[in-house]
Design a binder for this molecule. Structure first.
Ligand code: ADP
Ligand code: MG
Length: 256
């Protein structure tokens, strides 16, 4: 009974988000996706028929132990790697049919990706790191790029470090910079793979607080983590084991 209430509340929240964004279909729709890695050492089935939908306005967390297939799933939905079979629809487009080049274009248009290892460019300033993806997308003028990058740095609370090199920042600040950069082109969805993996627990909490804030502002987030405390913060948590979904837990809203 309680569970039913939680479900209907979450569905209601989702419907509201759908009305707000005009989006009734899932933003990401993973259908029966299988991924087999073939190497000299043999073949590994990393995903064995995954079905997963990400809806507008939700904070979806995918969790599971090391080796359960989380990063593989991220690589599939971002189009960084190809699935062996199955379908992946992103914002209504059939990513599974796309060339790597076309996939990169769709990714650039719809997604911001945050990696565990930050992947910041060490020779560019903090500000330039955020401006770079905007430069690639050619959506904003140079002046707008600068303004927008400053706003994003303010949002993640590191604007005072704009002119420094990334190496001058702490781990938590670098991760927040990676989040700002992922938001550079105003993506429909933010995808983060273990964004707190290399942070101490207080810093990790601050980074997750930032994600919760972004969801409250209407962003959609797909976050992958092996950390059980982080997993609890999602509005929905999907658990993987051996490349299969073994559990789904829904909560009302995001947890601060
Ligand atoms: P997680 O992110 O949950 O730790 P991964 O998606 O990285 O899990 O890995 C899932 C499984 O696929 C593991 O057994 C891993 O060893 C295997 N795997 C991942 N990447 C490759 C690869 N490039 N080649 C071969 N096996 C891989
Ligand atoms: Mg991983």
């Amino acid at each position: 009974m309680i569970e039913q209430n939680i479900h209907s509340n979450t569905r209601e929240a989702r419907c509201k988000a759908a009305v707000r964004t005009g989006e009734t279909h899932p933003l990401i729709d993973v259908r029966n996706v299988v991924k087999i890695y073939n190497s000299l050492a043999g073949s590994v089935t990393a995903l064995q028929g995954i079905d997963l939908q990400v809806y507008a306005g939700e904070f979806l967390v995918v969790t599971g132990k090391s080796g359960s297939g989380k990063t593989t799933l991220v690589n599939m939905v971002t189009g960084l790697d190809r699935s062996t079979s199955g379908e992946i629809w992103v914002a209504g487009s059939p990513l599974h049919n796309f060339s790597m080049e076309k996939a990169a274009k769709l990714r650039g248009k719809t997604m911001g990706v945050v990696f565990q290892s930050f992947e910041l460019l060490p020779t560019l300033t903090v500000l330039q790191n955020v401006m770079l993806p905007m430069d690639f997308a050619r959506r904003y003028s140079l002046r707008e790029q600068r303004q927008r990058a400053m706003q994003l740095l303010e949002q993640v609370d590191i604007a005072e470090h704009a002119r420094k090199l990334p190496t001058a920042l702490s781990g938590g600040q670098q991760q927040r910079l990676a989040v700002a950069r992922a938001m550079a082109n105003d993506p429909t969805i933010l995808v983060a793979d273990e964004p707190t993996g290399s942070l101490d627990s207080a810093t990790a909490t601050a980074v997750i607080d930032l994600f919760v804030d972004l969801v409250r502002q209407g962003r959609t987030i797909l976050l992958v983590t092996h950390d059980k405390d982080v997993a609890k913060r999602g509005s929905r948590t999907v658990t993987l084991a051996d490349g299969e979904v073994i559990g789904v837990e829904e909560r009302e809203g995001t947890h601060a």
